[in-house]
Design a protein around this ligand. Structure first.
Ligand code: ZN
Length: 110
């Protein structure tokens, strides 16, 4: 990517820190099978745990994407779609700095 990449790097680093905080903030408690007061409490705890796990998994996935984008920035391949080799629309990168594929390849991947 031509030009100054430091604003992008800064955004990615900020996002990375935010995601690490988010992951650290999600506490997944080990299950305590016999200590539930009631079926409802048990169900609610399972629900909370599942929600916490889902939140954390999403944050970890995003973190992996941010890390990959930082690696591409280092390698000088940032902003190029690894599938078709075309530059990714700058507006797309503005909205989603860790986007890996251009819109067309992203659509095909789904
Ligand atoms: Zn592509």
């Amino acid at each position: 990517m031509a030009g100054d990449t430091s604003p992008v790097r800064e955004r990615l680093e900020t996002e990375r820190t935010r995601l690490l905080d988010e992951i650290a903030a999600v506490e997944i408690e080990p299950p305590e099978p016999m200590t539930y007061g009631s079926q409802a409490a048990a169900a609610s705890q399972v629900f909370d745990q599942n929600r916490a796990r889902a939140l954390r998994e999403r944050a970890e996935r995003e973190l992996a994407q941010v890390d990959a984008a930082l690696a591409r920035l280092e390698a000088g391949t940032y902003g190029l779609c690894p599938s078709c080799g075309r530059p990714i629309d700058p507006e797309r990168l503005e909205a989603l700095p860790w986007a890996l594929y251009d819109l067309e390849c992203q659509r095909k991947a789904r």
